[in-house]
Design a protein around this ligand. Sequence first.
Ligand code: HMG
Ligand code: MG
Length: 306
Amino acid sequence: MKLPARVKIVDVGPRDGLQNEKQPVPAEVKIGLVQRLQDAGLAEIEVTSFVSPKWVPQMADAAAVMHGIRRRAGVRYSVLTPNLQGFEAAVAGPRAEWPDEIVVFGAASEAFSRRNINCSIAESIGRFAPVADAARARGIAVRGAMSCTVGCPYEGEIAPGKVGYLARLMKDIGVERVDVADTIGVGTPRAVQAALEATLAHYDVDHVSGHFHDTYGQALSNTLAALALGVWNFQSSVAGLGGCPYAKGATGNVATEDVVYMLHGMGIETGIDLDALIDAGVYISQALGREPHSRVSKAIRTKKES
Ligand code: HMG
Ligand code: MG
């Protein structure tokens, strides 16, 4: 199996990881997490979302977090913006505080689209198109997250054709790269490959990433299955944080620590310092009053203590 020599990871912990936390996490803690992730060598960080605070109260401090982070040259900072209102809020401050990339987020499942962003797939594309245009006009990159590409909490199994359909719509409105998300972590390697292949019919492999939640413990296997197709961009959450408020029971993304350990073990470069990443995971987990949800973090810390 020929695999990519290098992988780029977007750590989505500060956004996907924290959005579902019931306890309010202070902006300073989120800023501290972003700092530790960039110190660990993450070149892409999904920082926050400009969404309705009534829908996702945890992200209400998006502007304060973007204001507070200390940016490092070469790191790409992204935020979620589901509509023009969110986009305008994301660029309301000085240019130095704008995101480098915005993320519009749609779903391959109609039911999930309605629950998550309160509109149909077709309506969502109508909302995303002016956001994509406005971002590009300001030199901001545009990514598209595609939820429920394998399974949906409301519709069950999702056919790859629905994923291809959404990918084409994203492409038509100028979304530059897309994330193939297994939102509820039900996917197994062949199903995930089918969703990726449906996307690869519209985007080249350099513009497709894997975003795997680990609810059923399949995310590392799915990562390997994606690597086998040549996919080399992935999203994961430090300490395995997270879940989506509109995907009940779905747990966090695969832990970045676990992905990095696997990749380094296979001789694949990430540019990430695993020990520093583990420290970042411990930092945020302590702030939340729990253990990091990463087997690699636990094993390495236990070994160091003995
Ligand atoms: P809506 O109710 O249809 O919007 O919500 P609306 O335009 O009718 O406006 C209603 C109210 O929301 C108004 O306020 C607006 O001002 C406000 P009111 O007059 O009632 O006081 N509003 C906003 N406020 C702040 N920022 C905005 C904004 N837009 C409207 N951008 C909306 C539509 C999309 C806003 C809403 O459904 C929403 O915020 N949903 C949040 C969805 C979300 O954040 N989900 C989690 C992220 S996606 C995810 O986790 C999946 C992913 O990880 C991939 C995967 O794993 O699948 C990416
Ligand atoms: Mg997600």
